[in-house]
Design a protein around this ligand. Structure first.
Ligand SMILES: Cc1cc2nc3c(=O)[nH]c(=O)nc-3n(C[C@H](O)[C@H](O)[C@H](O)COP(=O)(O)OP(=O)(O)OC[C@H]3O[C@@H](n4cnc5c(N)ncnc54)[C@H](O)[C@@H]3O)c2cc1C
Length: 460
């Protein structure tokens, strides 16, 4: 089937630039300009986003040159996939084969345990009465819950609790409050800052079994669910009904919506739908003493009094355990395009963004960039193939709209201008689901690739 984007854009590219182009069978348009000149890129711009990280092995930062052309396959091999995009799923097993054991946090850092009680046999019996079958003390199972996703911190909790209802969470917290026992809420354990695992022997309170969808309103798109629902499963559920979740992130296969709210996760749809402070309509939270705070409203235009739920968005488990979430889901866009482009420098990344906002307007739904080191990581560790020639920077531009022809025309105009002005030097465009996912995988799986490279140091 002919793509309007291709027919609209190809002649423009050819005439405007006089450069070669060709169309591949998988709706792919490749365009090329002259060779890139040398560019100086500051080291601190390695991956400029909230997840900025510099990868290193041990204590010494590994420096990689940008000249390693041979390491990056420049084009997609015919018929070859860019690489499947397995969503990040946390294994329930403990140490991956060959991985060194993670040092206990209390040995690594100068931290002092506060005067909380230690879990006794009587406490375990009390938990078992509250949660029959939901008390885990098996060291093998506990090990995975004691270590964070990046394998940088490790607690030594002896008990993991898996409630199914808010009432059970309330009873557990009330009991722990009376007994002065410390509790660490845990969702999918994909957090990047070590907050999901205990420092010492805190009780791990997991929302894994709190995975029930409570209601979905097919007119307003309001989803109400328990906090332990996995983001990807919620996405599938609402997409079958013509909606999308307002957030998406590489950890979607494991992270819980409660964990997303607790971390105020930004993710890949932030540009279009904004933060969870806007899309979360209501929350149910159990406070440390077992009090259930019911703010689980579904009313979007709610201007009555204090908006208490906002306190819990981004509170990372410090103020209470989120047990249920009401969230606004937007309609699923009918037409989605993804362009993956090579940029000669960071200044061009910024200018391409400005140009995209101006020319794509309301259909611009995502703009992500990565640098050559990130591309090296995903191609080297995850064997994904770069769809464009090697560049100092890469940008992923997504458009989401309701009319394919209209969107393709706008995207075509934007790309032609970006190419003719030298802002981008190479690129590919996808409209079908498989290729869209493959292009997104290059961005989404950077964290995973970083974790395979060694330790990750974060900071601005
Ligand atoms: C591959 C990958 C990509 C990521 N991409 C992004 C991204 O693009 N943008 C972004 O912002 N983040 C990103 N993250 C990090 C992101 O914040 C977490 O993955 C996710 O939001 C945490 O959800 P979780 O269920 O795994 O929570 P956990 O990791 O289990 O917990 C995180 C914190 O929230 C607390 N918590 C968890 N559940 C609850 C609850 N029900 N009530 C109260 N407190 C709770 C925990 O105590 C902890 O402090 C990424 C992570 C990975 C691994």
């Amino acid at each position: 089937m002919a793509s309007p984007w291709k027919t609209a854009s190809v002649p423009g590219l050819q005439l405007g630039l006089g450069c070669g182009f060709w169309i591949c069978r998988s709706y792919r348009l490749l365009f090329r300009a002259g060779a890139m000149g040398p560019h100086v890129v500051p080291r601190q711009l390695v991956w400029l986003s909230r997840w900025q990280a510099v990868c290193a092995r041990g204590a010494s930062v590994q420096h990689r040159t940008r000249a390693g052309v041979s390491r990056i396959p420049s084009l997609l091999s015919p018929g070859g996939a860019l690489g499947a995009s397995p969503l990040v799923r946390r294994s329930s097993s403990s140490t991956p084969p060959g991985a060194p054991e993670v040092v206990l946090t209390q040995q690594r850092y100068p931290v002092t345990r506060l005067p909380f009680s230690a879990v006794s046999a009587e406490d375990l019996a009390a938990f078992e009465r509250i949660l029959p079958g939901g008390v885990v003390t098996d060291p093998e199972v506990l090990e995975a819950s004691n270590v964070d996703w990046l394998r940088t911190v490790r607690g030594c909790s002896k008990v993991l609790l898996r409630p199914r209802t808010s009432q059970e969470v309330a009873r557990i917290l009330r009991y722990c409050h009376e007994r002065n026992l410390a509790v660490n809420p845990q969702g999918g354990n994909t957090g990047m800052v070590g907050g999901s695992v205990p420092v010492f022997d805190e009780i791990i309170l997991s929302t894994t079994l709190m995975n029930r969808i409570i209601s979905f309103h097919s007119v307003s798109g309001t989803l109400v669910c328990q906090a332990g629902c996995v983001l990807e499963e919620l996405s599938q559920y609402v997409e079958e009904r013509g909606f999308v979740m307002p957030l998406d992130l590489g950890a979607k296969g494991s992270c819980h919506i409660g964990g997303n709210v607790a971390t105020n996760a930004g993710g890949l749809r932030f540009l279009r739908y904004g933060s969870l402070h806007g899309t979360v309509l209501g929350l149910e939270v159990v406070l440390a003493d077992g009090t259930v705070l019911d703010c689980l409203t579904s009313l979007r235009k709610d201007n009555t009094g204090y908006d208490l739920k906002q306190l819990f968005i981004g509170s990372e488990g410090t103020l209470g355990v989120i047990t249920a979430v009401s969230i606004q889901c937007p309609p699923k866009p009918r037409a989605v395009n993804v362009a993956f482009l090579g940029c000669p420098g960071f200044a061009e990344v910024l200018q391409t963004f400005s140009s995209g906002k101006e020319l794509l307007g309301e259909i611009l739904s995502a703009y992500e960039f990565m640098d050559a080191e990130c591309m090296w990581l995903v191609t080297h560790h995850l064997h994904l193939a770069s769809p464009v020639q090697e560049s100092p920077f890469y940008v992923l531009v997504e458009t989401s709209g309701s009319r394919a022809g209209h969107d393709a025309e706008k995207l075509s105009d934007f790309l032609e201008r970006a190419l003719s002005s030298g802002l981008v030097t190479d690129g590919t465009v996808a409209t079908d689901q498989t290729r869209l996912k493959a292009l997104w995988a290059l961005r989404e799986r950077i964290s995973e690739a970083l974790s395979r490279d060694g330790y990750v140091y974060k900071g601005w």
